[in-house]
Design a protein around this ligand. Structure first.
Ligand SMILES: Nc1nc2c(ncn2[C@@H]2O[C@H](COP(=O)(O)OP(=O)(O)OP(=O)(O)O)[C@@H](O)[C@H]2O)c(=O)[nH]1
Ligand SMILES: [Mg+2]
Length: 324
């Protein structure tokens, strides 16, 4: 039985590596559902990943991320590159909305065998959405997608985790995105590698560009990678500015490869991922051990009755001294 399951996994991995779309779709579902075979599949495929160029697009709802990715996909397909798209929506409990939006925005690519599109929402990924997104990115990479576009909505913490899997981070804003500019200014979000002001057909476009310039000027001395963050104006729905954006993405990639920064960045991201996975394991282990501890109820009573403070209780759970 175990033998048979192993054999089936290796067949799936082989089919996936050969570019079989159904195998890829099935593998992603396994990963999303944390199915039993998923870890072995990822273990087998991991040595065959790392070749894809990964671009992460983030920004407020409706800014035009999907439309831009659709337009870029077209440009990259014309250059003969294969493309994978993963849209992640941490705010939505359902995948259906995202799928529907993508279907419209990316519809012209649906029949192209060189393009693979997938959406993922909170509901879809048991456990960590960020983990499922990373694993799906690895699957797309192993399946031979040369360019991977990750899309995630918002500028909060969960989104940033997902975008951390990217080599190049693109923030997409539209006129009226004042909140996002504030988030940048306040340091809620790290300064991205490129900023797109989409819907540049709107009269308030230049006001937004000026605001962004102001924020970028504040932090420019601190940037260690010597990359000047470009602001690109686009009208994604009409393809305006998309070629320029493509050229800047290529320039950024060249910049980070030439200086060894790509390797450095991936190393940093992988370090964070290992830590996050280890932390999740410790948490699961802790929760399992708590279920078996009889004194937990008493300890909780003591905290509820204000005899012990929560920090001391936590230390006690771990059999540590209360000091730290
Ligand atoms: N006027 C104008 N509309 C645009 C432009 N680009 C996209 N849109 C429209 O804006 C709406 C949202 O575009 P999407 O590409 O779905 O935006 P998104 O950022 O992916 O949205 P979410 O995934 O829901 O966060 C759609 O109706 C697009 O047709 C543009 O440059 N100008
Ligand atoms: Mg979208």
């Amino acid at each position: 039985m175990i033998e048979a399951a192993g054999q089936e996994q290796s067949t799936l991995a082989e089919r996936l590596r050969a570019g079989d779309r159904r195998a890829l779709a099935r593998a992603i579902t396994l990963v999303e559902n944390r199915a039993q075979g998923a870890p072995a599949l990822l273990r087998e495929l991991y040595p065959h990943t790392g070749a894809a160029a990964i671009y992460g697009f983030t920004g407020p709802p409706g800014a035009g991320k999907s439309t831009l990715i659709g337009a870029l996909t077209k440009v990259r397909r014309e250059a003969g590159r294969s493309v994978g798209v993963l849209s992640v929506d941490p705010s939505s409990p359902f995948t259906h909305g995202a799928v529907l939006g993508d279907r419209i925005r990316l519809s012209e690519h649906f029949l192209d065998p060189g393009v693979f599109i997938r959406s993922m929402a909170n509901r879809g990924a048991l456990g960590g959405l960020s983990e499922a997104a990373l694993e799906t990115t690895l699957l797309l990479d192993a399946a031979g997608c040369q360019e991977i576009f990750l899309e995630t909505v918002g500028v909060g913490q969960a989104e940033i985790d997902i975008i951390d899997h990217a080599d190049t981070v693109i923030l997409v804003l539209m006129p009226g995105s004042g909140d996002s500019v504030q988030a940048l200014k306040a340091g809620v979000m790290e300064i991205p590698d490129l900023i797109v002001v989409n819907k540049a057909d709107h009269p308030l476009t230049d006001t937004l560009v000026r605001e962004i310039r102001g924020v970028l000027a504040l932090g420019s001395e601190q940037r260690e990678d010597e990359w000047r963050v470009p602001i690109v104006k686009t009208v994604a729905a009409e393809g305006v500015g998309v070629q320029e954006l493509q050229e800047l993405l290529a320039a950024h990639r060249e910049h980070i490869i030439e200086r060894g920064l790509l390797e450095q960045r991936r190393r940093r991201n992988l370090r964070n991922e290992i830590l996050a996975l280890a932390a999740a394991r410790i948490r699961r282990r802790l929760e399992a051990s708590l279920a078996e501890r009889a004194d937990l109820g008493e300890l909780l009573d003591a905290v509820v009755e204000r005899r012990i403070d929560p920090a001391c209780a936590a230390a006690q759970l771990l059999d540590e001294a209360p000091g730290g």
